[in-house]
Design a protein around this ligand. Structure first.
Ligand SMILES: Cc1ncc(COP(=O)(O)O)c(C=O)c1O
Length: 377
């Protein structure tokens, strides 16, 4: 590509980035300090805790990121192990793989509000699974879960929980899962939390939802490019150490342990996550959550003021609303499903952008004539 073509691609993505309101991807980052890394090959091949003979990695940085996440999720590197992934999908795939290795005859239970990639992951892993109904807010229907589990209480169970569903940011209740486990005396079970969006948000919400290692979960997947922000999709998966140890085997070709989904792994994204952690830390994340909640509350309130039935789960950043016109959905890149759409108030979205969206919506709703129509009327 010549420079004009490169600029055209950049300008297109930059303009589209500025206008979207419907996807949970932060916009307020800059990692241009890391530009020199674009001229070298970085590869975190294999296990982050095991050095490779191919030593062009950022595994030391990656381990620091995982240690931060472990602490954020009420654990420590003594008990949990993890690595920086390519995003939520890989983290969920990895966790389901470990769950299957723990309990080869298990049944997976997950709600119909679960991210579309999970069905594909289960297909890849060939694990039997049952979809559980969801409540209207997107949370799992625990009655349906209970009835389903009761019929298969002899089987090991893998519970796949949403800590923030994709459409409505609903949180499945771990207390309900534990109640069912106890009631039916299920001895062999594995609890995975898909916290792709809320993983770096929920720890800073007051009151904090119950979802982390303090609750006895086995694994958790979180995203890095969503609430923290990154130019390249990324995330992290953290698992109880014993699960990782079960599948670990050493590979002489690269001199490291083959404990991750892919062999060659991204060494650049741990630098971005680490940079974010250095700059923001726990306190910064807390402030970031609060600022985003304020924009979400404002959006919900203003939409309700227009007579639109907008709502949020808890104090979430996802404002759910009846699906607006195709034109509005396209202009603001609003994700929709059936008759609902959402605005996700992630860092980088401003009150000004919300106001512009509201004006557009108002014009359409009340059919205020455009300037041109007003002149010719
Ligand atoms: C709840 C949930 N899980 C998993 C994913 C997949 O994450 P990724 O796109 O990072 O692979 C998403 C993405 O939006 C999600 O919302």
């Amino acid at each position: 590509m010549n420079t004009t073509e490169i600029k055209a691609v950049y300008d297109r993505i930059k303009a589209n980035s500025e206008s979207f309101l419907g996807y949970p991807v932060a916009k307020d980052f800059s990692y241009s300090d890391y530009a020199p890394f674009l001229d070298i090959c970085i590869n975190n091949v294999g296990d982050p805790e095991s050095p490779s003979t191919f030593a062009i990695d950022t595994k030391d940085i990656e381990r620091q990121c995982i240690a931060f996440f472990a602490e954020m999720l009420s654990s420590s590197m003594k008990d949990v192990w993890g690595y920086v992934t390519n995003g939520g999908t890989e983290g969920n795939l990895y966790a389901l793989y470990l769950a299957r290795e723990s309990f080869p005859n298990a049944m997976v239970y997950y709600s119909e509000s679960t991210h579309y990639s999970v069905k594909k992951n289960l297909h890849l892993l060939n694990i039997p699974n049952i979809v559980i109904r969801s409540q209207d807010n997107g949370e799992m229907d625990y009655e349906d879960l209970e009835q389903t589990v009761a019929l298969r209480r002899d089987k090991p169970a893998i519970f796949f929980l949403n800590i923030g569903t994709t459409m409505t940011e609903a949180v499945d209740k771990i207390s309900e899962i534990k109640r069912i486990i106890k009631k039916y005396a299920i001895k062999d079970y594995f609890i995975h939390c898909d916290a792709a969006f809320l993983g770096t948000i929920a720890p800073y919400i007051d009151p904090k939802p119950k979802f982390d290692f303090a609750e006895g979960i086995d694994s958790i997947a979180i995203s890095g490019h969503k609430f923290m922000g990154s130019p390249i999709p990324c995330g992290a998966v953290l698992v109880k150490r014993k699960h990782r140890d079960r599948i670990a085997n050493s590979v002489s070709y690269v001199g490291t342990m083959d404990t991750t989904i892919t062999g060659s792994r991204n060494g650049l994204t741990p630098l971005f996550i680490w940079d974010f952690i250095q700059k923001h830390g726990h306190e910064g994340l807390k402030d970031r959550v609060k600022a985003s909640q304020e924009i979400a509350a404002y959006t919900e309130h203003k939409l309700n003021g227009l007579g639109i039935k907008a709502w949020r789960n808890n104090e979430g950043l996802t404002v759910v609303l009846p699906k607006p016109s195709e034109r509005i959905c396209k202009k603001y890149q609003l994700a929709s499903q059936d008759d609902i759409a959402h605005i996700i108030c992630i860092p980088g979205i401003t009150f000004k952008q919300i106001d512009a969206f509201l004006e557009d919506l108002k014009t359409e709703l009340f059919e205020i004539p455009t300037e041109f129509e007003a002149v010719i009327a």
